[in-house]
Design a protein around this ligand. Structure first.
Ligand SMILES: NC(=O)c1ccc[n+]([C@@H]2O[C@H](COP(=O)([O-])OP(=O)(O)OC[C@H]3O[C@@H](n4cnc5c(N)ncnc54)[C@H](O)[C@@H]3O)[C@@H](O)[C@H]2O)c1
Length: 366
């Protein structure tokens, strides 16, 4: 174990205190080799909800940091999306391409079951619905299962729908109309979400520039929507456009990329788009309207939260459409309180958690 890892373990409570985490659980199963960390950030609004990531972390500290950071992000995403859940996250330490097995996920199921519903989990980077079909053999606290297993299925479709609604709200704020026809939009990432977003934007008559590092994704999009203009991955930031839509990886808005942006607004699905919070200030200083990522991409969360009530697709899409209204509120708060949009979103969330928390305490039956 490296010195950094030892220090991190000594500092866990300091980290929990800094960000208000309630619980961090280390799970090890000898028979399957499962090593998983579950972080529960805040259950004021209800049981924690948040995906399970499987990643070949270089160090245990990196895995722990990811669990802490991502679970906190889920508290904010749940609160802003209006679902009655708090934030949690699981990370499995391992290579998702070579180390998965039915037994490994069943072992995860046994650990999640011990939390007795304090935390629900499902897919994230490196995991797919079928992994949780295995886990669900041992526990009822899994979501995001495939439709044939009575789950709500692929969440990318509703996520893309939510991002489309977010782009419309952002256009309304930046350009005074939510009609996308004639606007130029640069889309980075043509994966599960990016592809379906391009389909919607194309249908509405937006002029599209697109890119992906995976050539097959680019070929598929160009074949289906021949009017799009394909650019190289490193050219997408400097495209002359109205809106830049990041749908690939996190930290894409940083010291190197922000100066290249010619867009008047940024709105996309990627998680953790700002490399650091100060990049949100930098965007504002440049006069670029930023749609906070955890609001724009809340569609998937809304779907899995709905699954816990007995999935109703119509209801889930109706709730995801409200991303439009929530974003307009964020933009209004940002203007009224003279703060960047990413801060306005956080402020709205913190106020909501405080208010609902107070209501929950007031009416709790002892
Ligand atoms: N799928 C969901 O329901 C959901 C929900 C919320 C947030 N998100 C976030 O949205 C983003 C996209 O999710 P997804 O499900 O479509 O993932 P995905 O893996 O299907 O697609 C990501 C795409 O980005 C491409 N890519 C990676 N690096 C790139 C780069 N530098 N330039 C251009 N393209 C690049 C990949 O080749 C891939 O095609 C992720 O950040 C994810 O965390 C997804």
């Amino acid at each position: 174990m490296s010195k950094a890892d030892k220090d991190a373990i000594l500092n866990i409570f300091e980290e929990m205190e800094k960000y208000g985490h309630e619980q961090v659980i280390f799970n090890y199963d000898k028979a399957t080799g499962l090593k998983a960390i579950v972080a529960i950030h805040d259950t004021t609004l209800g049981p924690a909800l948040g995906g399970c990531r499987m990643w070949d972390y270089q160090t245990e500290q990196e895995a722990l940091n990811d669990a802490l950071r991502l679970s906190r992000g889920m508290t904010y995403k749940c609160a802003v999306a209006g679902v009655t859940h708090g934030g949690g996250k699981t990370v499995i330490l391992g290579d998702h391409r070579t180390q998965k097995s039915d037994e490994l996920f069943q072992a995860l199921g046994t650990f999640i079951e011990t939390l007795k519903g304090r935390y629900y989990t499902g897919t994230d980077v490196g995991t797919v619905g079928m992994d949780f079909v295995s886990a669900a053999k041992q526990s009822k606290y899994f979501v995001g299962l495939p439709e044939e297993y009575a789950g709500s299925g692929n969440s990318a479709i509703i996520t893309a729908y939510g991002v489309w609604r977010a782009i419309k709200a952002t256009a309304k704020e930046a350009f005074g109309t939510d009609r996308l026809e004639g606007l130029t939009i640069a889309v980075q990432g043509l994966g599960k979400v990016g592809y379906d977003l391009v389909r919607r934007l194309h249908e509405e008559g937006a002029k599209l520039f697109v890119t992906d590092v995976f050539e097959e994704s680019v070929i598929r999009v160009k074949k289906e929507f021949p009017e799009v203009t394909v650019v190289k991955p490193d050219e997408i930031f400097s495209v002359e456009c109205d809106i830049f839509s990041p749908n690939a990886l996190g930290a894409c808005l940083n010291d190197e990329t922000i100066p290249q942006l010619k867009a008047k607004a940024v709105c996309g699905a990627a998680n953790n788009q700002l490399a650091e919070p100060r990049h949100g200030d930098l965007l504002q200083a440049k006069g670029i309207l930023y749609a906070p990522d955890y609001i724009a991409n809340a569609g998937g969360l809304i779907q899995v939260a709905d699954e816990l009530k007995g999935y109703n697709k119509e209801r889930a899409f109706k709730n995801a459409s409200l991303i439009y209204d929530i974003l307009l509120q964020v933009y209004a708060t940002s203007k009224k309180e003279h703060i960047p949009t990413y801060k306005a979103a956080d402020v709205m969330v913190e106020r909501r958690i405080e208010t609902i928390g107070r209501l929950n305490r007031k009416f709790r039956v002892k």
